[in-house]
Design a protein around this ligand. Structure first.
Ligand code: COI
Length: 355
């Protein structure tokens, strides 16, 4: 991919904080690397991006983001291979998606050359924060917030695009138990479910807390109209294996067009697996669990990669999933990570070397 070079203002940190971090015991997202990028939008245009030492940003309490949640974000990862080369995975898709999300929240599009140059600059400066070995990565969090001061309920005329990075290991260290939503919803027709809008995540916290009180880690969201069809799960898209078929819901205005999701579909099709992208009925999955046809369920997302589910609750009945050999989840996780860590040929052209 060609990226046009622009000029960023770069201020390097005078003292790295890397020695404060225990890289063997990382809580996801707790530590940020030494540098961040900030780019402001004002007077109708994006200003020169600044790469700066990571630190607090002064903002007025009346800034629109605090009142109306005008905020969108992305999640990406950088990986280091055995030769110390640094790789991003399908970064152009993250770039496109943050602008799709921004448009839905009435925010201006961010220029591609700024996005890639900022990423490359931060990853070069903070390369020691990316550890080698499968499972290690630097989680990259680009986000945009409305920064205009004033509490009138209208789109901000000023924005701030920020990129921060956090060294990461597994998002879920164990398989998860989930419950199927029957009352609350994550998104609705015509809403913002397909966007990575900050509020989509905040809206899940309360029902997820209720699920946790009952012993479940996450909620599988169902369609808001009928609660009859399975959609996303927590921060992930979700896949069901019934017999040897792999089934996942189609993307639409309620469901995020997950990059891990579409990579799994491509890998599975390449492997000759029968993949069905269609609505997945709750009753079909419950029936398949009862008659033994349901072999696995797994979640897929950038932060989580691929996470197997132990079982699911529906209507206060818990259905445990069988332990199986040759799980699709494990197979596609390995295939995906082999590409991400430059251990296998990338037939799809998904990887992007940071030079
Ligand atoms: C990601 O997978 O990148 C996400 O957006 C999950 C995040 C909310 C932790």
């Amino acid at each position: 991919m060609e990226t046009q070079r622009t000029t960023l203002d770069i201020t390097k940190t005078s003292a790295t904080r890397i020695n404060e971090v225990d890289f063997d015991n990382l809580a996801f997202g707790k530590h940020c690397s030494d540098h961040m990028m900030i780019c402001d939008y004002k007077d109708g245009k994006w200003q020169t991006p600044q790469v700066l030492p990571y630190g607090p940003i002064p903002m007025e309490p009346s800034a629109k983001v605090f009142h109306y949640g005008q905020a969108v974000f992305e999640g990406m990862k950088a990986f280091k291979d055995e030769d110390d080369k640094i790789w991003l995975f399908r970064p152009e898709d993250n770039f496109k998606r943050i602008n799709i999300s921004a448009e839905r929240l009435a925010m201006p599009a961010f220029p591609k050359e700024y996005f890639f140059e900022a990423l490359e600059t931060i990853l070069e400066l903070d390369k020691d924060w990316i550890k080698k070995g499968k499972g290690n990565s630097l989680y990259i969090r680009p986000f945009v917030i409305g920064t205009e001061n004033g509490v009138s309920a209208s789109p901000s005329s000023e924005y701030r695009f920020i990129i921060i990075c956090c060294p990461a290991k597994a998002y879920y260290s164990n398989p998860v138990k989930v419950t199927i939503a029957q009352k609350y919803s994550r998104s609705a027709d015509g809403g913002v479910g397909y966007a990575k809008a900050a509020g989509n995540y905040a809206a899940q916290f309360y029902p997820t807390n209720l699920a946790k009180e009952k012993g479940y880690d996450q909620v599988i969201w169902t369609d808001a109209n009928t609660h009859e069809y399975l959609e996303e799960c927590g921060t992930m898209n979700v896949f069901f294996r019934v017999g040897d078929k792999l089934i996942t819901a189609p993307t639409n205005d309620r469901i995020l067009d997950g990059i891990t999701r579409k990579s799994i579909i491509a890998l599975a099709e390449e492997e000759g697996v029968d993949v069905e992208v269609r609505r997945v009925a709750v009753r079909e999955i419950v029936e398949a669990a009862k008659n033994g046809a349901l072999k696995e369920i797994f979640g897929a997302g950038t932060a989580a990669t691929i996470v197997p589910f132990l079982g699911f609750d529906f209507n206060d009945n818990y259905y445990e999933l069988p332990e199986i050999e040759n799980s699709y989840g494990a197979k596609f996780k390995k295939m995906l990570q082999d590409i991400q860590y430059n251990l296998a040929e990338d037939k799809f052209g998904w990887t992007y070397e940071v030079k």
